[in-house]
Structures are given as C-alpha cells and as structure tokens.
Design a protein around this ligand. Structure first.
Ligand SMILES: [Zn+2]
Length: 135
C-alpha cells in the first residue's frame, strides 16, 4: 500500500483558481486537448514535465518520443508513485487513465502499444503539463 500523499486542500483550491479554463477542463473535467494543439507535442528540449496544478515531477524529456498522435507521448513515468492509473470505460473504450497522484488532476491515458522497450505509450495533454528546461 502506497502511503497516501498529503495534499494541502487549501493550496490545491488556490492552484485550481490559477488554471485557465482550458487547463481546468482537462485536469478536472477530464477533457482532451485537440491533437496537435498542445505546446509540448513537438518540444524536444531537455528537461522535466511537471503537473500544471501541483508541480509534481511527472515525465522526463528522456522518456518522450514522437508518436505521431498529436499529443506529447512518453514511454515511462519519472517516478511511478507520482501518477495513479485508473480504469476508464468512458466513450465505449477500455482505456487506462493517468492521473497525478498528488492532486488528482487528469493527465491523459496510457496504452500498451509503445514502440520502445517499456511497451508503454503515455499519451498526455500538454495543458496538464508545465515544462522546465534543464540547462
Ligand atoms: Zn498534480
């Protein structure tokens, strides 16, 4: 059993208020940004992708690959404990939803058809991420 991370609810409420309508729609209403629209889809810089809500480190640029789907794609999570996977049966599909384990924000979905040795393809909305470049 993973020790549940303490979330400061007041801070989380404040963070939610700072989100744009589009970010809120993705993170808390489980929306999906239009493919190709996200600012990180073709980002090739070195660095770390953080949760846009709570700043938890989620994906390293080392695990990012070009999937051709129009969404930023990663073959693994920076720290497994930082994300939570949930079965998602919406839209008539059996998918696995990826959430931020710290604040519960919806990030995207993970699929088992990744082209690298992990076999995973984390398909993540740019709007749920905040990239910080490593110099
Ligand atoms: Zn978060």
């Amino acid at each position: 059993m993973v020790k549940s991370l303490k979330v400061n609810l007041k801070k989380l409420e404040e963070a939610k208020k700072k989100l744009t309508e589009e970010q809120y729609n993705i993170c808390f209403l489980k929306g999906t940004e239009p493919p190709g629209s996200g600012k990180y889809t073709y980002n090739k810089k070195k660095g770390m992708y953080y949760c846009v809500v709570c700043n938890s480190p989620l994906f390293s640029s080392d695990s990012k690959f070009e999937s051709g789907t129009g969404w930023p794609s990663f073959d693994k999570v920076a720290e497994n404990k930082n994300v939570k996977l949930e079965k998602d049966l919406s839209l008539g599909m059996a998918r696995t939803e990826v959430e931020c384990a710290t604040c519960g924000a919806h990030l995207g979905h993970v699929f088992d058809d990744g082209p690298t040795e992990t076999g995973k393809r984390y398909c993540i909305n740019s709007l749920a991420l905040d990239f910080k470049e490593t110099k």
